[in-house]
Design a binder for this molecule. Sequence first.
Ligand code: 4G1
Length: 222
Amino acid sequence: MHRITVLTLFQQMFDAINHSIIKRALDNNIFEINVVNIRDFSKDIHKKCDDYPYGGGAGMVMMVQPIVDAFKSLNLKNPKVIYTSPRGKTFNQSMAKNLASYEDIVILCGHYEGVDQRAIDILGAEEISIGDYVLTGGELPAMVMIDSLARNIEGVINSQSLEDESFSKGLLEYPQYTRPEEFEGLKVPDVLLSGHHQNIDKWREKKSIEMTKKNRPDLLGE
Ligand code: 4G1
């Protein structure tokens, strides 16, 4: 069984995962998500987990002791440890596939100005970012990574839908339609109703290439 442990100050944010399609896989014991509240490991009477940065500057830094104690309490043998961070390499599908190969993953979520560097060093964490924008914490990035890696675990979703996805071909997806055939004067393209599978495949590939040229020319090396 795959196990993902999240270290966070905002445990309730992870309730959202239990309402996603990943829920079925959790119910089937394919993997388990263990959300640990770093605050439970604070030694401060007020459960304080952040402090002023050495050297000055704005904001607060998450303290090393509660994080390291939370991690040690897990008693994991050889986990893959990730720190969600704008300093990391940008997360992509091949990283999602790679993470799905680990039995034990720990994800540390930062808040405020981030965590004390010694926590990253002691946990041996790899820094991974979900993209270039400012966020208030690493919880949403952690959930993005969990959703994405979980669906690459054997048995979570059917293997055909995994193969069919756009990233496997390096192109964006073609447009999809479902019933009705006409809505507010807009018709489904004739070819999709033709039953001619070769023509349908050709049309879809043409649309994929058009879409990729328009929105993601970088995927075509352009
Ligand atoms: C400098 C974005 C700071 C943000 C430059 C993607 C962003 C974690 C991520 C920040 C975070 C840029 C992520 C910024 C993230 C400590 C807690 C860092 C929140 C924090 C572009 C705030 N992928 N951001 N700093 O957002 O954790 O994983």
